[in-house]
Design a protein around this ligand. Structure first.
Ligand code: PAF
Length: 290
């Protein structure tokens, strides 16, 4: 059986572990837990998943080098989490990155250019009810593509169940589409303290969204991304997720750091590189704690 390592034991980490259906040895790498076996259940299927928890320091003692790694941490933790175990990575290690926003995945690909690094954009909806219960609340899709030259579809199929993702030779437009959605929705749900759907029914929030989308249109046009007018895409996502509280709203509510630097911050950086004015995004970035 293959050893699969997972960084990040939040809901996304649990979900990715569940995809292997116990056909692999699953190891969560955690900062503060000693090695121990544990189980969790996934609802509504009631599948039981068994795994171990291992600290980075124990990796060199009891494990051979890591060949398959899935990084499910928040964007701001991803690079330092990989660095913390870099001495344990095999020369042919394959790393799958499941972060929101953009910037963290590219930084990891730049740091380890000879490894096979993939990015995933996921629309799966999950939350942890407790440390032993994962709730798969919304069936979504996973889109995966390469970030380094060594990352190939046929190497990924040697360990990742092909039924759980769609492969894209060019993942960039998919990551950009999600970034556009997240930058026009997530910070506004924090500023207006509401669910995604309410951003359409509250006039102030809706006109704020339109100003963000005009800046996103200019950026998408310059990057030749066929997404403008982005307001249509953003409004349709607000409708289909009307009752959701965005991930940024939830982070803010629980006083956790937010991913604003990897969402709005990335848009601002790209606009600056291309000489595009983006005062609405700059104003939003200044209002949200990172
Ligand atoms: O980040 C999120 O919460 C989601 O990507 C989205 C689409 C905004 C729905 O809540």
């Amino acid at each position: 059986m293959q050893d699969i390592y997972i960084l990040g034991s939040g809901a996304m980490g649990y979900l990715w572990a569940s995809y292997f259906n116990n056909n692999a040895k699953l190891h969560f790498i955690t900062r503060n837990q000693t090695a121990e076996s544990f189980e969790f259940k996934k609802r509504p299927s009631l599948q039981t998943i068994s795994a171990t928890k291992t600290q980075p320091a124990q990796l060199s003692q009891n494990h051979s080098k890591i060949r398959f790694l899935i990084v499910c941490t928040k964007a701001f933790d991803a690079e330092k989490a990989v660095i913390s175990i870099e001495n344990n990575l095999a020369n042919d290690c394959q790393i799958l990155l499941i972060q929101n926003g953009m910037g963290s995945q590219q930084a990891i690909a730049k740091r380890y250019p000879s490894l096979s690094i993939y990015a995933c954009s996921s629309t799966e909806g999950v939350f942890k009810e407790s440390d032993n219960i994962l709730v798969h609340a919304g069936q979504g899709e996973n889109h995966i593509g390469p970030l380094t030259p060594a990352a190939k579809q046929n190497t990924l199929t040697t360990w990742l169940p092909p039924s759980i993702y769609t492969w894209h030779e060019n993942i960039s437009p998919i990551l950009w589409r999600k970034l556009v959605i997240n930058s026009a929705i997530n910070p506004l749900t924090v500023i207006y303290q509401c669910q995604n759907g309410k951003l359409l029914s509250r006039p102030a929030a809706h006109s704020h969204m339109k100003s963000l989308c005009l800046e996103l249109d200019a950026l998408c046009d310059r990057l030749n991304l066929n997404l403008a007018p982005t307001i249509n895409l953003v409004e349709s996502i607000c409708q289909s997720t009307a009752n959701n509280y965005s991930s940024m709203y939830q982070d803010h509510k629980h006083m956790r750091p937010t991913e604003i630097r990897y969402i709005t911050g990335y848009v601002i950086e790209e606009c600056k590189k291309l000489g595009i004015e983006c005062p609405a995004h700059e104003h939003v970035a200044a209002q949200i704690v990172s």
